[in-house]
Design a protein around this ligand. Structure first.
Ligand code: ADP
Ligand code: MG
Length: 245
């Protein structure tokens, strides 16, 4: 019997925001901590399948793309045999994404923080809202800022945080920073934990970021209201932003 048995859908209509990379990184961390992780790779390019094709990673199994109408049943079956199921979903208004959102215990909406990204994220939030209404339950979600600089918080990102606070939209406090290690391990087709310092600069820094992301994800899965109180989230974001100045 799975310990958590939770489904996390990672959804955004915009390509290149880091959905697949986040899933492979977070899966590595959760698997390393002993959780049995299933990934539904519904990215048309099948990056997760490709990543695992030569070197399997212990505790991670991936299911290749299924048709939109199969998404719900596939995730439901995967949930039965995994602690955590991660669904890599492309697009915003298609049936497959709607099904993944409907199945999800948590939806992660990645955004790089630009205004264009913001508009794309809003489409996914609209879909989460309509699915919540349809199901007559609040589907928990978090916006996740991705590919951000670890060193500086540009004006555009500060503005994005401000807008989320104004609209009382919950976001992850940890960011999926743009770091070489998060690119390298995918290309190498191995777990991020198998990388050496020579292969990835600032590997330690990347693992620290990853652990913060994984810890926050688990905390939100265990308690969907975790960190969603805007003040708490605001303070953390402000502290992070101030520390970077
Ligand atoms: N946190 C990150 N650090 C460094 N590179 C990243 C990061 N996230 C994504 N990338 C790179 O950005 C590109 C797009 O990422 P990908 O995960 O494929 O996005 P998506 O699945 O949303 O289309 C890839 O080249 C990937 O290596
Ligand atoms: Mg992808």
């Amino acid at each position: 019997m799975a310990e958590l048995g939770k489904i996390v859908a990672v959804a955004s209509s915009k390509g290149g925001v880091g959905k697949s990379s986040y899933i492979m990184a977070i899966a590595s961390a959760l698997a390393k901590s002993g959780l049995n992780v299933g990934i539904l790779d519904n990215d048309p390019n099948q990056p997760v399948i490709e990543w695992l094709s030569e070197n399997p990673v212990e505790n991670i199994t991936a299911t290749p793309k299924v048709s939109d109408t199969e998404v719900f049943d596939t995730l439901d079956k995967m949930r039965e045999i995994h602690d955590i199921v991660l669904a890599d979903m492309e697009g915003s208004a298609n049936l497959g994404v709607a099904m993944a959102i409907a199945s999800a215990d948590l939806v992660i909406v990645p955004s790089q923080g630009s205004s264009l990204d913001h508009k794309e994220a809003a489409k996914t939030l609209g879909l989460i809202r309509s699915q919540s209404k349809l199901q007559r339950r609040e589907i928990p979600f978090r916006i996740l800022f991705t590919r951000t600089s670890q060193a500086i918080t540009p004006r555009s990102l500060r503005k994005a945080y401000e807008q989320l606070r104004e609209r009382k939209l919950p976001f992850m406090k940890a960011e999926f920073n743009n770091l070489e290690a998060f690119k390298v391990f995918v290309g190498e087709g191995r777990s991020i934990y198998s990388l050496t310092d020579e292969e990835a600069p600032n590997l330690k820094g990347a693992l620290k970021v990853l652990h913060a992301l994984a810890a926050e994800l688990i905390a939100v899965l265990k308690d969907p209201s975790y960190g969603s109180e805007t003040d708490e989230a605001t303070d953390a974001a402000k502290a992070t932003a101030d520390a970077k100045e």
